[in-house]
Design a protein around this ligand. Sequence first.
Ligand code: GLA
Length: 730
Amino acid sequence: MSIRYIEDTRQLLLETDSTCYQMKIDNLGYLQHLYYGLKIGENDLNYPYRLYDHGFSGNPYDMRDNRAYSLDALPQEYTSFGVGDFRVSSIAASCSDGSRCAEFRYESHEIRSGKYAIPGLPSVYDNGDTVDTLVVTLIDTAANIRIRLYYGVFEELDIITRSAEISNAGQETVWLRKASSMCLDLPFGGWDLIHFHGRHCMERQFERTPLFHGIQTVSSGRGMSSHQHNPFVILCSHDATEDDGFCYGMMLMYSGNYKIEIERDQFDSTRVVMGVSDDRFRWELSPGTSFHTPEIILTCADGLTRLSHRYHRVIRNNVIRGQYKLGSRPVLINSWEAVYFEQRQDKILSLARQAKDLGIDLFVVDDGWFKNRNDDNAGLGDWVPDERKLPDGLDGLIGKINEMGMRFGLWVEPEMVNEDSELYRMHPDWALTAPNRAPMMARNQLVLDLSRDEVHEYIYHTMAELLTRYHIEYIKWDFNRPLSDVYSHSTPSPRQGEVAHRYYLSLYRLYERLTSEFPDVLFEGCAGGGGRFDAGMLHYTPQIWCSDNTDPIARLSIQYGTSFGYPLSSISAHVSASPNHQTGRVTPISTRATVAMTGAFGYELDLDKLSEEDRADIRAQIVRYKELETLLHEGLYYRLSAPTGDSDCVVWQIVSPERDRCLLSIVVTDPPANSVPMHVQLKGLDPDALYDVGGEFTCYGRALMHAGYTFLQLTGDYPAMQVDIKKLGT
Ligand code: GLA
C-alpha cells in the first residue's frame, strides 16, 4: 500500500517511488501538512513553528494558553475560514445564521485501493497502475460543513492527485463562496514561480519570477482556461535548472474560471491554493448535497525536465482516453488557411487530390461549410451544410474524399450562436446575456447557455446527428470567445453564481456522451488556437490546436512553454504557408516541418500553390514523420535551449524510452554573420552505447552527453536541421 497510517504519531504517509507526502492529525484534530518532497521515510517532523509566539497571529480557543500555536502559522491540508488563519483560504461560505466562519477538524479517514473518481468532472484514472486513495474527512459541527479530502497516489508515476468534496451536513442551506481543490503549504524554502502567460496567437509564454511577500495570482475569469494564463504552475528553488534543483508542479484539470493563489507569508512560508475561481462564484449547498472540486495533478522532482516527463507520462497514459491516446494519429490537412470561409466543393476537392498525392491521411473542412457562413457574422447555431458551396451536399463531398482514399474531418463550434441565425431567432434566451443589458460581442457571436438542459440536449443531438448521418472521422471543436454576461435565463437569481461552473459540468457531460457514443472519432480541441489547452479538455480530446499562430519561429516559444506540462502528442501543429499569414515571416518549409513535427503533425496551406520542390519536400516529410511518430510521441523530450534569452538557436531532443534512438532538432532563430560552431551537450542517452550520429560519425553516449555535439550554424532565413542518432551497440 502506498498509503499508511501510523497510529502512534497519527501521521498519514503517502509514498510514490521517489516522493512522499506527509500529514498529521494533531492533538486538537487539525490536519497539519508536514512534508511534500523527495522520500524521507516516516520521520515525524517536528517543525519549530509550533514552539514560538507568533505575535499578532492568534490562537484557537483550546490553545489560548499556548501562544505558539496559531492557525495563521500552521501548515495545513485544507484551511478553515474566518477563525484566525489570515492567509489565503481554501474555502469560504456563509451559513444560514449569517456567520462566515468554520473550523475544520479531523473526523475520520479511509484508505482504499484504486483511484477515486470525481462525479461530473474529468479526473486522472487508474490505467493498471498501482494506485491507492486516501480520504480524510474533516468537519465543523457549528457550521455543519463536512469536507472530504481525496488523495490519489500513483506509485510508479510519482503523481499525487487531490480533490475536495464539500457537503452540507446540517438542516439549513449554506452558500459556498469559495471551494478550492487544495491547499498546499510549503513551510520552508524560497521559491521561484514559473507560469505560462500569453494572449491569442502567443499562448503559454514561459515566465519565471521569485515569489515576493504577498499574494501572487495566476487565474482566468474568462470562462475558459484561457490564452492568457494556463492553469499550471511550477514552484522551484531559485537555483533550479532543467536538470537539478527542486521543483513542484501543480496542474489544475479544469477548463473554466480558475484561480491559483500563491502567498509568501510573514514567516516566509508559501501557501498555494488552487481550484475553481471564487470571483462571482456562489453555490447553493442545500442540506445533504455536496460540491465536488476539480482535480489537481501534483508532482515534484529534481529538475524541470524530470517534472515535465512525469506530466507527459501521466497525461498520455492516465488523462487522455480512447483509441487515439497512444496510437498513431492521421496526418491531416486543414483547409482554414488555404481558403478561410470559402469552403467550396471544387476547391476542396482540388486540395484533397493534392493532399492524397502527397501522402496526407485526412482532410479537414474548417469554418465556412454551413449555411450563411460567409464571414464570422452569421450562421453559428444552424449546423446545416451550405448547398451553394457544397452542391453535392456534405455527403457527396465526403464520399468523393473517401473515394480518393482519404478520411474526412469537420470543424464545428457548437457552444456558440450568432444573432444572425435561426437558432438565435427561435431561442434568444438560450444565449448567456444579462437582463436589460446589451451583451459584450466577440467575433460577433454569443455563448450558448450550456447550464440549461435544453441547450445541452440541442447541442448533443445536433452533434450526434452530424456524426451519425455523415462519415466524419475527426472533429475540430472550436470555441472562439470568452464567456461574459454570464447570466442564465432559466436559473433563479440567487443561484446565478453557479452558472459558470455548471456550464463546464454540462460541457464535460456532453463530451463524455459524444466521445463514448462515437469512440472512433478523433476529437481535436481548439479555442481560437490554444485558449482551452488544459488537462480537463485532454480527457476528451487527445490533441488540441496549440495556437492560431502557425509561424514556426513564434511557435518555438509557444510549444516550448506548452511542453513543460503537456506531452508532444497533445500539441497539434501544422506546416503553413510562407510568408506566414499571422506574422508575415518567411521561413523554409523544412523549418516549418521541424517545428510542426514536435507535435501532432499536419498541414494548413493552399496545396494548389506549391512549387514542385515544396511538393517533393512535403512527400518526404510525411514519410519521415510516419517513421518517427512513435519516437516523437513516446520519447522523452529534452529542452536543450530556451527560445528566450540570448541563444541564437533553439535546440531540443527526443530520446526513445529504450535510449536506442534520438532525434536532435535545431532551429536557427538569429543567423550569425559567419557560420560559427555551436555546441550542445545531449541528454538521456545510454552512456555506454555507441551511436551513429546522422550517418556522419559514431560516438559513445557518454561523449555526446559530456563532451557534446558540435555543429556549424546554418545561415539564411531561419534554417533548421534534424540529426538522427541511432544506437549501434554497447
Ligand atoms: C479559430 C481556430 C482557427 C479556425 C477559425 C475558424 O480561430 O483557432 O483554426 O478554425 O477559428 O473560424
